[in-house]
Design a protein around this ligand. Structure first.
Ligand SMILES: NC(=O)c1ccc[n+]([C@@H]2O[C@H](COP(=O)([O-])OP(=O)(O)OC[C@H]3O[C@@H](n4cnc5c(N)ncnc54)[C@H](OP(=O)(O)O)[C@@H]3O)[C@@H](O)[C@H]2O)c1
Length: 327
């Protein structure tokens, strides 16, 4: 049996992907084979698809760090054929072929049964970006951050950012959304932001060692200089959830926000989170933290992935891109 997949190949140092038919793997002990119904596009997939070092372990390779589908074959007592499941992170789309193929072969301990109240499509509308946003928000909620001051979200029209805006606003926080896209104010207000700040305005003044503490916390996907600025503007005992580096990996900060305000910089690594934390985050997104993602989700066929990869690398994506297999 063959299955369809987006296979990225390396040719003399340049990388390109194409749709190929690949042979179904045979089932290894402790693993499951999943028929993938939906996957989604995350920033990391675009890096893997373009050969950026440190993501895919080898080429030819099938990216796709998340997926939802049905158990097709199982050598695990935890799963029966036909079970509805989802999986995100660990080494999926890094050293194991990922959700850009119609079949995946994964260790059973990476796989979760689908929570009640979640369809395959909705699960992948959240995808890795969604549970990462939920993990960021949970840091803020668990720290008991009050709702007196707004929470900042950077990269707010992207996957992680837009879900963070929606969930924070659902929970009653006032959300200030930073974006580089001058035309997307309406989108962000619809997602639940109370105020939209243009990136260039936000970054105009040089970052001070300690600025006015205007924000109770933040979800930052941008990193670099923006993260430094956000930290300096976080109020007493605020929490900054740091999960991305689209704007840069290096930042410098004074110690003052930490030693004079007790600000916490909280790192997020959703890929290697425990399965129990992932289960908790999925249950929140399926129930109490469920937001309507329809207006920010585009469903595509895997054949159309190349353009979407270019867009996400250029920072031009708005919301989420979901891949529907089998058509
Ligand atoms: N730590 C984890 O567990 C984890 C998990 C998932 C993702 N991530 C990381 O989180 C980041 C965002 O992922 P994503 O899936 O949300 O990507 P995305 O959909 O591309 O969103 C990123 C957003 O950041 C903004 N942006 C892009 N380039 C920028 C730049 N050069 N400077 C400033 N802003 C820029 C854009 O929003 P605006 O135009 O609205 O500003 C863009 O839409 C990536 O670094 C990704 O690797 C981390």
């Amino acid at each position: 049996m063959d299955y369809k997949a987006y296979l990225v190949e390396e040719n003399e140092g340049s990388f390109s992907g194409s749709i190929q038919n690949l042979p179904k793997p045979s089932l290894d002990e402790g693993k499951v084979i999943i028929k993938v119904n939906y996957s989604s596009l995350n920033y990391k997939d675009a890096l893997a698809a373009t050969g950026v070092r440190g993501i895919a372990k080898f080429y030819p390779f099938v990216p796709g760090i998340d997926l939802a589908g049905e158990i097709f074959e199982s050598s695990s007592s935890k799963f029966d054929v036909g079970d509805k499941v989802l999986a995100t992170g660990y080494k999926i789309g890094m050293s194991e072929f990922g959700g850009f193929g119609e079949i995946v072969h994964l260790p059973s301990e990476w796989v979760l049964k689908m929570p009640m109240n979640l369809t395959f499509e909705k699960a992948m509308s959240y995808g890795t970006a969604g549970i990462t946003a939920a993990a960021c928000v949970k840091k803020i909620v668990d720290a008991g951050i009050e709702k007196k001051l707004p929470i900042l979200v950077s990269g707010s029209t992207g996957g992680v950012g837009s879900v963070a805006v929606g969930v924070l606003s659902l929970l009653g926080y006032e959300v200030h959304a930073i974006t580089s896209k001058v035309d997307e104010e309406k989108f962000l207000l619809k997602m639940g932001a109370s105020k939209v700040l243009l990136k260039d305005d936000f970054m105009k003044e040089p970052t001070k060692p300690l600025d006015k503490g205007l924000y109770g916390g933040a979800v930052d996907v941008v990193g670099g200089d923006m993260l430094a600025k956000i930290i300096s503007m976080t109020s007493n005992h605020g929490v900054v959830s740091c999960c991305g580096n689209v704007g840069g990996a290096i930042f410098s900060s004074s110690v003052f926000p930490f030693i004079l305000r007790g600000v916490q910089l909280s790192g997020i690594d959703s890929a290697e989170s425990s399965l129990s934390l992932k289960k908790e985050l999925w249950n929140l997104l399926a129930n109490d933290w469920s937001i309507n993602l329809q207006s920010q989700t585009r469903i595509i066929n895997i054949d159309a992935i190349d353009d979407e990869i270019t867009k996400i690398l250029n920072g031009d994506q708005i919301g989420r891109v979901v891949i529907k297999h089998g058509e």
